[in-house]
Ligand binder design. Structure first.
Ligand code: OAD
Length: 262
């Protein structure tokens, strides 16, 4: 399905709503009628907050660092200090970042929708800081740490002479509470994510390259269950050709305009 727009009418609507980005009227209508809206976000939604993505050329984290040296259990066993310090650097970066217009628009969408599920691959906690109440975190959260040995989340920890610090319970090393390559996603989060993708009428994929599974399967799951699938991303991804609408702009410009049109 392509863009269903009547250009003159669309132009008039946009002028009236003070909107710069062309929002398809078919999407506006579908959102107004939707019983349940599901949103999947990736690192692109936090790019306008100054948090780097993973795969963008030049600026993406994986263009500068090797995932196998920083984001696997083996990497932590080989060099726990390197891994801890890298995540501590990212934790600091995220602490200084602020939610942007896209995070805030999703808070408003949640408020207006009759049913709404927000699923994120991001570990930065910016959706929660923006005010989203119920966020399904597929890849954990960088602001939490857990014991490498037992997996128990440790609510607070002290930076000590030893890096990484030790678990106060068992003395094992502490690690970030994020999902590393080769690890399982939290079962309740992935179950909720698939259920919400199957049950929704409109599914948004925002700021994700649609390359990392199982999250990358969610928009296709929604398509199979007859949802309208909308991508918001300045670049194309493996989803673009299958999406009902691919809105080629940044999340921070498209989402606020979409809200204004509703
Ligand atoms: P990627 O870096 O793979 O993709 C980021 C996407 O965001 C790209 O498609 C960009 O075009 C898009 N983008 C960039 N700026 C944007 C903006 N302002 N608005 C909208 N889109 C924008 O990041 P993810 O898809 O999130 O996993 O990566 C998925 C997973 O791979 C991450 O959760 C992480 C990573 O390795 C783990 O660490 C387990």
């Amino acid at each position: 399905m392509g863009l269903k727009m009547n250009p003159p009418e669309e132009h008039l609507n946009r002028q009236m709503a003070g909107v710069a980005f062309p929002i398809p009227s078919g999407l506006v209508q579908a959102l107004r009628n939707a019983r349940h809206v599901t949103v999947l976000t990736g690192s692109g939604i936090s790019a306008e907050s100054g948090v780097p993505t993973f795969r963008d050329a030049q600026t993406g984290l994986w263009s500068k660092f090797k995932p196998e040296e920083l984001a696997t259990r083996g990497a932590f066993q080989r060099n726990p200090k390197l891994v801890w310090d890298w995540y501590a650097w990212r934790r600091e970066l995220v602490a200084q970042a602020q939610p942007n217009a896209a995070h805030l628009a999703l808070v408003e969408l949640e408020r207006r929708a009759s049913g709404f599920t927000l699923i994120t691959q991001n570990v930065d906690g910016l959706h929660q800081r923006a005010g989203s109440r119920d966020v399904v975190e597929l890849h954990g959260n960088i602001t939490r740490v857990k014991c490498f040995e037992e997996g128990l989340v440790v609510p607070t920890w002290k930076e000590t002479d030893e890096t990484p610090p030790r678990c106060p319970r068992c003395g094992g090393r502490l690690r970030p509470d994020v999902v590393w390559f080769g690890e399982m996603l939290p079962a309740d989060a992935i179950d909720r994510a698939f259920a919400a993708s199957q049950a929704c009428n409109v599914f948004f994929s925002i700021g994700t390259s649609t390359l990392v599974h199982p999250a990358a399967a969610l928009p296709f799951e929604a398509l199979q269950h007859t949802a309208m699938v909308v991508e918001i991303n300045p670049c194309s991804t493996p989803l673009t050709a299958r999406a009902h609408y691919a809105l080629r702009g940044t999340a921070g410009e498209v989402l606020p305009d979409l809200l204004r049109m509703l």
